[in-house]
Ligand binder design. Structure first.
Ligand code: IPM
Ligand code: MG
Length: 354
């Protein structure tokens, strides 16, 4: 198998700290299996933006697509850039510019004690959210009229294309089929968004006909938000729009023990893809060795699995699970360790046993 080439963008805040540990986990698992992977850092961050005025370099996307198999990103966001312009340019720039239309967010509870719900076991929280990632309310189309006056009008357009809606719904069904999952649930707000989400309804109906072995169902997104915390056992695969997926995956992260636990991939099947923990840069705890490295390490595993290193990914997941069960974690999920020490507890388990 060919060597893997990963572009690493630690970004801002705790992104830097957790990506350092995700890289250590990747290097440990590669060394143990005798495979080669190169990790090439890129300083695309608030620091770089403030120094140079450049957020995402002009040739950045082309350079990534030509030279790398995947991108591992930490987090973007810094209080010194009040509108977080650089974050939008870099993260949304990659999502849109590389057409990463699948936002794949696995939701898996590792230990009952991490879930805020009563009586919920790891087997009860095990589903995947597919969030449309290239359109919807994220396209930044819209504008202001009479800005700054009492008569101001402001709009943001919810843009939905047949192509965009179809490819994410199809991906959800194909994923269910490929992984033996039996249920796909589509969530929208078609009772109110009678144009855009009617398109989701029609496309869902059409696509599901090609997957007769899979039970297809629907929930309005407000009800989905309730059902996720009422009984997460109901879900196997959820597919939804960009903005609803953003919100629902924060709720889902809560079921897993918080944002520090959640992994994600921004994927265009067959092309370069971007992997990032769901959490943000968390300025208040940055640089303090407090941040939970598990979201980033689980993201590294998701990336390796996507690139065909299935065994290595499984080894990382197993090491994370062992460390969590042993209570060797950061404070946010009940441990006493710092970022580095919690990551070391995982990385140690990845080294060859002599
Ligand atoms: C996420 C984040 C981003 C989003 C922000 C940082 C733009 O919340 O990846 O979930 O809204 O997609
Ligand atoms: Mg979000």
């Amino acid at each position: 198998m060919k060597d893997l080439r990963i572009a690493v963008v630690p970004g801002d805040g705790i992104g830097v700290e957790v990506i350092r540990e995700a890289c250590a986990a990747i290097e440990a698992v590669a060394a143990a299996s005798g495979k080669r992977i190169t990790l090439t850092p890129f300083d695309w961050s608030a620091d770089a933006y403030l120094k140079t005025g450049v957020s995402l370099p002009a040739d950045g996307l082309k350079m990534l697509a030509e030279n790398f198999d995947a991108i591992l990103l930490g987090a973007m966001g810094d209080p010194r850039v009040p509108d977080n312009r650089h974050a939008a340019d870099i993260l949304l720039g990659m999502r849109f510019g590389l057409d990463l239309y699948v936002n794949h967010r696995p939701v898996k509870l590792l230990d009952a004690r991490l879930c805020p719900l009563k009586g919920v076991e790891p087997k009860d929280v095990d589903f995947v959210v597919f969030r449309e990632n290239t359109e919807g309310l994220y396209v930044m189309m819209g504008g202001n009229f009479k800005k700054g006056t009492p008569d101001e009008v402001a709009t943001d357009i919810d843009l939905n294309t047949r192509k965009g809606v179809e490819r994410i719904i199809r991906h959800a069904f194909e994923y269910a089929r490929a992984t033996g999952r039996k249920k796909v649930l589509m969530s929208d707000k078609s009772n109110v968004l009678i144009h855009a989400h009617d398109l989701w309804q029609r496309v869902f109906k059409e696509v599901k006909a090609g997957f007769p072995e899979i039970t297809a169902s629907h929930m309005y997104v407000d009800n989905l938000s309730l059902q996720l915390v009422r009984d997460p056992r109901q879900f196997e695969v959820i597919v939804t729009s960009n903005m609803f997926g953003d919100i629902v995956t924060d709720i889902a992260a809560g079921l897993q023990g918080g944002l520090g636990m959640a992994a994600s991939g921004n994927i265009h099947p067959g092309k370069i893809s971007l992997f990032e923990p769901v959490h943000g840069s968390s300025p208040p705890i940055a640089g303090k060795n407090i941040a939970n490295p598990i979201g980033a390490i689980a993201t590294a595993a998701l990336m390796l699995a996507h690139l065909g290193w299935k065994e290595e990914a499984a080894r990382i997941d197993a090491a994370v699970l062992e460390a969590v069960r042993a209570g060797q974690t950061t404070v946010d999920i009940g441990g006493t360790l710092g970022t580095r020490e919690a990551a070391a507890a995982i990385v140690e388990r990845l080294k060859p046993r002599s």
